[in-house]
Design a protein around this ligand. Structure first.
Ligand code: GLV
Ligand code: MG
Length: 360
């Protein structure tokens, strides 16, 4: 059931904070996962503040069932004792059909709700799941006396979730974004893969066989092109998120040592419109920060086009290429993102500022 427009932004519990009208574009190039119940990992968290856009305490998959309560309590302890400064704190709670999901929400919102920016909800199937979380969060926020609403991020990892993608994005003003969950999604769709994200050498197209002297040479050497298994799903996510003013993300890339393929997947997602990806290892933080930040060359070009286009209408030729009202809008997207990132990343700011001097 959709709420009428006049009620869409009303709090769902007496005393709960008002929902936001717009979801802020806070930098979230890398969402770094840690297990708060693992003492070694937990001890590193305070030292990571400021080195990554988002730290996410993971309570769901990858945490063994006998450690679920320990991880939840670990997150409460870390959040209470850490000043996160510019770094966002997110969590991934257990799924709504698990025995832990409800206690995760109750404990986290009432104990550390003031520290949590976003709650990631796994295995979301449709708007009903978001409505359930939405009301519950409002009640818990009111109980905890919170003054700002906690946002919700859904993982797209079931066939039903993909089929219901638009209604999920529009189900609540709390919706912050969507992540691709390639591992669960592959299983749910009965894809014949055994990996966590990334491509597959079997998913390819082959060049046509050459014709030699009027004969087709089927056994000739032919170039093959590996295709992207996730293109369709990411493109759907990007459209659904853009339509609702929220943000799409690539999810996990499981082959930690294959930094090159990880970078390729992240870059494809960036080019298609995603704003970030998950990081399962510190090496992936660096990749995501690099890939999801516009390059110096792109920012320089975008600024040139914007300057040349004046009021943004008409057409100009720059380096032999036509630029017009539409390409200047693409350039504005690039420059806006660069400005948002420069505001929290001094190294990037220096690089972007330096171009301005040389390009002026
Ligand atoms: C992430 O949760 C995935 O299933 O890929
Ligand atoms: Mg999953």
């Amino acid at each position: 059931m959709t709420r009428p427009a006049k009620d869409f932004f009303a709090p769902l519990a007496v005393g709960a904070p008002s929902p936001l009208r717009d979801i802020p574009a806070r930098p979230s190039r890398a969402i770094h996962f840690f297990d708060p119940g693992n003492e070694k990992m937990a001890a590193k968290v305070p030292g990571m503040v400021g080195t990554v856009d988002v730290l996410l305490g993971n309570l769901e998959d990858a945490v063994k069932q006998e450690f679920k309560e320990k991880s939840r309590q670990g997150l409460v302890d870390i959040a209470k004792s850490t000043d996160f400064g510019p770094t966002q704190l997110w969590t991934r709670v257990n799924s709504l059909d698990s025995p832990w999901g409800l206690d995760d929400l109750i404990t986290l919102v009432t104990e550390i709700g003031d520290k949590l920016d976003v709650i990631m909800v796994p295995k979301v199937q449709g708007a009903a799941d978001i409505h359930y979380v939405d009301r519950l969060l409002a009640q818990l926020e009111a109980k905890a006396g919170l003054t700002r609403p906690i946002l919700v991020h859904a993982i797209l990892e079931t066939a039903r979730g993909v089929a219901n993608i638009e209604e999920i994005c529009g189900a609540s003003p709390r919706m912050q974004g969507l992540s691709l969950g390639p591992a669960d999604l592959a299983a749910d769709r009965r894809m014949k893969t055994t990996r966590v994200g990334g491509g597959h050498p079997g998913y390819l197209v082959r060049q046509d066989p050459p014709r030699v002297d009027g004969e087709t040479k089927y056994d000739a050497e032919r170039t093959i092109y590996q295709q992207d298994l996730w293109h369709y799903t990411i493109a759907r996510m990007v459209d659904a998120c853009a339509m609702h003013g929220i943000y799409p993300y690539y999810g996990p890339f499981g082959d930690i040592l294959d930094v090159q393929a990880c970078e390729d997947q992240f870059r494809n997602a960036f080019l298609l419109g995603c704003v970030g990806a998950w990081s399962l290892h510190p090496a992936q933080i660096k990749i995501a920060h690099r890939v999801f930040s516009p390059s110096v060359e792109d920012v320089a070009h975008a600024r040139r086009v914007i300057a040349a286009m004046g009021d943004g209408t008409g057409a100009v030729m720059i380096d032999g290429k036509m630029e017009d009202d539409a390409s200047v809008k693409q350039c504005q997207v690039m420059v806006r993102l660069a400005e948002e990132l420069a505001a929290i990343d001094p190294e990037l700011k220096q690089q972007y500022d330096a171009i301005e001097l040389t390009e002026a």
